[in-house]
Design a binder for this molecule. Structure first.
Ligand SMILES: Cc1cc2nc3c(=O)[nH]c(=O)nc-3n(C[C@H](O)[C@H](O)[C@H](O)COP(=O)(O)O)c2cc1C
Length: 182
């Protein structure tokens, strides 16, 4: 069976709602979801350690990166994971896999694009193939890509939950990736 890996960090749960929406969208499809939330306990002396996860990611056809935007980039917890992937970088173990990204921020223009840009660079370092959105901003009835970023999913939140349109964007990305790997 095909597999999609999602590696993410979320502190207050906004990014996690995007991850859940992505997974739920594909729940009835014959695809395994390997979802991993980065935990502080996995970061020992500043270094992310989870060899089992690194092995599992190598069996995926697509890997999604997700993190809140912190100070115009990924959260430190995600960066610790990214740095740990250097162990499989030299042999390009993730090469040829589809990569995509999702992030949330407190501001509508809170430099979330920089987080997606970092994900793209990480994907490129691994020889992965980046997949953004083939949907112009607010073009369809679900208002996918509300914030006008085709590099990936950007969300902001209201009352502790991402905007419905941003959740729809996460679902749209899930469908798009599934179409490519199935
Ligand atoms: C340390 C820190 C830095 C942040 N920096 C930004 C930022 O640069 N841009 C932004 O839009 N929001 C920023 N935020 C807000 C978070 O990105 C936002 O609350 C996000 O939705 C939290 O995601 P989570 O619920 O998945 O943890 C920051 C929050 C924290 C705690």
């Amino acid at each position: 069976m095909k597999a999609i890996g999602i590696v993410y960090f979320s502190n207050t749960g906004i990014t996690e709602v995007l991850v859940d929406a992505f997974c739920n969208e594909l729940a009835s499809e014959p695809v395994e979801m390997i979802t991993h939330k980065i935990m502080g306990t996995e970061i020992i002396g500043g270094r992310f350690v989870n060899n089992d996860l690194m092995k599992k990611l190598q069996d995926c056809q697509a890997i999604i990166f997700a993190s809140p935007t912190y100070m115009g980039s990924v959260a430190a917890q995600f960066k610790a994971f990214a740095d740990a992937t250097s162990d499989i970088w030299s042999e390009q173990k993730l090469a040829g896999k589809i990569a995509a990204g999702m992030t949330s921020g407190g501001s509508e223009n809170g430099d979330q694009s920089e987080t997606l840009r970092y994900f793209q660079i990480l994907a490129s370092q691994h020889g992965m193939i980046w997949m953004g959105l083939d949907m112009p901003s607010n073009y369809n009835e679900l208002k996918v890509n509300r914030l006008g970023c085709q590099a990936g999913v950007i969300a902001t939140s209201k009352e502790g939950k991402p905007f419905d349109e941003d959740i729809n964007t996460a679902k749209y990305l899930a469908r798009r990736i599934y179409q490519f790997i199935k």
